[in-house]
Design a protein around this ligand. Structure first.
Ligand SMILES: CC(C)(COP(=O)(O)OP(=O)(O)OC[C@H]1O[C@@H](n2cnc3c(N)ncnc32)[C@H](O)[C@@H]1O)[C@@H](O)C(=O)NCCC(=O)NCCS
Ligand SMILES: Nc1ncnc2c1ncn2[C@@H]1O[C@H](COP(=O)(O)OP(=O)(O)OP(=O)(O)O)[C@@H](O)[C@H]1O
Length: 233
C-alpha cells in the first residue's frame, strides 16, 4: 500500500483500491469510517445487534491511555506533567485543546498513540468470532504507515454534510463549533474520504433510515465473508 499527501490535513493517506483482493485465511474486516459526528457509532451499534464483533478505535484510544499505562507515561514525558489531572488520568480536554491548536503536537501525540491503537486492534481481531468484523475508526484511511485501512478488505464510509457533523457533534458533546471545526480540519474532507470507499451510506435522515440502509450491506458482507471462508478452505 503506498501513500499520498492529503492536502486537507497533515495525515498521509492509504492508497486503497475500490475492489480489494480478499486474502485467504482471513476474517473479512469491514473498515467503518466517517468524520466526527457522522454516525459511526450509530452504525456500529446496529452491526452489533446483528451479532457482528466491533472493534472501535476510539474506544481503544481511550483504553491505551488509562491511568498508569505506558502510553500515558510516554505522552507525559513528551508534553509535560500538565497532561495528567489530579486523579492521575489524562486531562483529555487540555490535551484536546493543545493538539488541535498545535499541529506539531498532534503529530507527536499520534506518533505515540497510533502504533499502540493498531497493535491493540490487531490483537482484538484475533479474538473475534463473528462471520465478519467491523473495525470502526475516525482515522481509518488517514495515516497509512501506522494505519488501520490495511487491516481491512472493504471500506464503508458514513457520509453526512459538514453542517450535519457540526450540529450532531455539538449537540452530543456540548462542544463549541470552533472546537469541532478544528477536529474536522484534521480529518479528511468528504470528497477525499468517499474516494476511498467501497460502500457509502448517507446518514442525513433519521436513525431508522440509517438501519434500513445498513441491512443490505450486512447481507452482502455475510456473503463476502462466506466466499472468503470457502476460498480459504
Ligand atoms: C486529543 C484527544 C486527547 C481528545 O480526547 P477527547 O476525549 O476530547 O475526544 P475523543 O478521543 O473522544 O475523540 C473525539 C473525536 O475526535 C476525533 N479525533 C480524535 N483524535 C483525532 C485525531 N488525531 N485526528 C483527527 N480527529 C481526531 C474523532 O472523530 C473522535 O471520534 C484524543 O482524541 C486523542 O488521544 N487523540 C489521539 C488518538 C487518536 O488519533 N484517536 C483517534 C482514533 S484512530
Ligand atoms: N441519522 C441520525 N439522526 C439523528 N441523529 C443521529 C443520526 N445518526 C447519529 N446521530 C446522533 O449524532 C451524534 C453523532 O453520532 P455518532 O456518535 O454515531 O457519530 P460518530 O461518527 O461515532 O462520532 P465520533 O467520531 O465523534 O465518535 C450522536 O448523538 C448520535 O446519536
Amino acid at each position: 500500500m503506498s501513500t499520498n499527501f492529503n492536502a486537507s490535513s497533515h495525515h498521509a493517506v492509504a492508497n486503497t483500491n475500490a475492489t480489494h483482493q480478499l486474502p485467504k485465511n482471513k476474517t473479512l474486516v469491514v473498515g467503518l469510517t466517517g468524520g466526527i459526528g457522522s454516525g459511526k457509532s450509530a452504525a456500529s451499534d446496529w452491526f452489533a445487534t446483528q451479532g457482528i464483533d466491533i472493534i472501535d478505535a476510539d474506544v481503544i484510544a481511550h483504553e491505551i491511555v488509562a491511568k498508569g499505562s505506558d502510553t500515558l507515561r510516554r505522552i507525559q514525558k513528551k508534553f509535560g506533567d500538565w497532561v495528567i489531572n489530579p486523579a492521575g488520568e489524562m486531562d483529555r480536554a487540555a490535551v484536546r485543546t493543545h493538539v488541535f491548536t498545535h499541529p506539531d503536537a498532534l503529530i507527536e501525540l499520534e506518533s505515540i498513540t497510533h502504533p499502540a491503537i493498531r497493535e491493540a486492534a490487531k490483537e482484538q481481531l484475533l479474538a473475534c468470532t463473528s462471520p465478519y468484523v467491523v473495525l470502526s475508526a475516525p482515522l481509518l484511511i488517514e495515516g497509512a504507515e501506522a494505519g488501520l485501512a490495511n487491516l481491512c478488505q472493504r471500506i464503508l464510509v458514513i457520509d453526512v454534510h459538514e453542517d450535519t457533523q457540526l450540529a450532531r457533534a455539538s449537540l452530543r458533546d456540548e462542544q463549541s463549533a470552533i472546537k469541532i471545526r478544528a477536529i474536522m480540519a484534521n480529518q479528511l474532507d468528504r470528497a477525499a474520504r468517499n474516494r476511498h470507499a467501497d460502500d457509502v451510506i448517507v446518514n442525513e435522515s433519521d436513525v431508522a433510515a440509517l438501519h434500513v440502509q445498513l441491512q443490505p450491506l450486512h447481507q452482502m458482507y455475510l456473503t463476502l465473508a462466506q466466499q472468503l471462508k470457502f476460498a480459504a478452505d
